[in-house]
Design a protein around this ligand. Structure first.
Ligand code: ATP
Ligand code: MG
Length: 213
């Protein structure tokens, strides 16, 4: 089943960033996007994940042409079906890590997966305030928060950038298991070729185009 279908995406800020990018993602699959810093990976991820309307082209998620949806329909889709893990973690700073998970779980009518917290190695720090956690711990809380929502599509921008390699590999295992278990799919932006190699497809952003490699 196709969960994401992007056709002929082009975008420019001060200068053209990329042109004519098309991409399809099926349930159970993952796509890694690699490319040098500044090549437009995060911008593409924002476009695919409903946060930025492209200059041209179309993004269909679950068969909906998302940039033609009403604002409320788009908010519902984001809340119920999309898991966004970005370079800056959007955790509520005044709350504990656990409260952050609770908010996400309640909004999505899901429960918190305690076994996941153990697997991520954050079960002992989960009662602390977000601001008291290390960067890597905050990153793992963000991952737990997103998976607690049980999204069908995960968009992750360098989700393991603050983690040591062994922990990063464990996070990849967690993503793999999640995708299989829930017939979900993921787009992962990474600079780490060994993590990219774990995905079903690898795409390279280069000279304004995206090519499978
Ligand atoms: N909101 C914006 N307004 C203007 N220019 C932007 C905006 N967002 C990104 N850019 C520009 O677009 C280019 C690509 O940025 P982007 O964040 O997509 O790169 P990236 O491939 O994710 O890089 P990195 O690997 O460093 O995260 C950069 O030159 C950046 O300055
Ligand atoms: Mg980026």
């Amino acid at each position: 089943m196709t969960l994401l279908n992007a056709t002929s995406l082009s975008h420019a800020f001060d200068y053209p960033l990329f042109e004519d990018i098309s991409l399809t993602l099926n349930a159970g699959e993952s796509i890694a996007i690699v490319g040098v810093s500044g090549s437009g990976k995060s911008t593409l991820l924002h476009i695919l994940s409903s946060l930025l309307q492209p200059n041209s082209g179309r993004v269909e998620l679950f068969g909906n042409d998302i940039y033609t949806l009403s604002d409320t329909a788009l908010v519902d889709l984001r809340r119920d079906d999309l898991g966004l893990i970005y370079q800056s973690h959007y955790l509520f700073k005044g709350f504990s890590a656990y409260e952050n998970l609770e908010v996400a779980a309640i909004l999505a009518h899901q429960s918190i997966d305690e076994a996941l917290l153990v697997r991520l190695g954050i079960e002992n720090v989960i009662r602390q305030k977000v601001t008291e956690l290390s960067g890597g711990q905050q990153q793992r809380v963000s991952i737990a928060r997103v998976l607690s929502k049980k999204p069908r599509l995960i968009f992750a921008d360098e989700p393991t950038g603050n983690l040591d390699h062994a922990t990063a590999l464990e996070v990849m295992d967690i993503f793999d298991d999640y995708l299989k278990q829930h017939q979900a799919a993921m787009i992962l932006v990474t600079h780490d070729e060994s993590l990219a190699a774990r995905c079903t497809h690898i795409y390279r952003m280069q000279n304004g185009s995206l090519r499978e490699s």
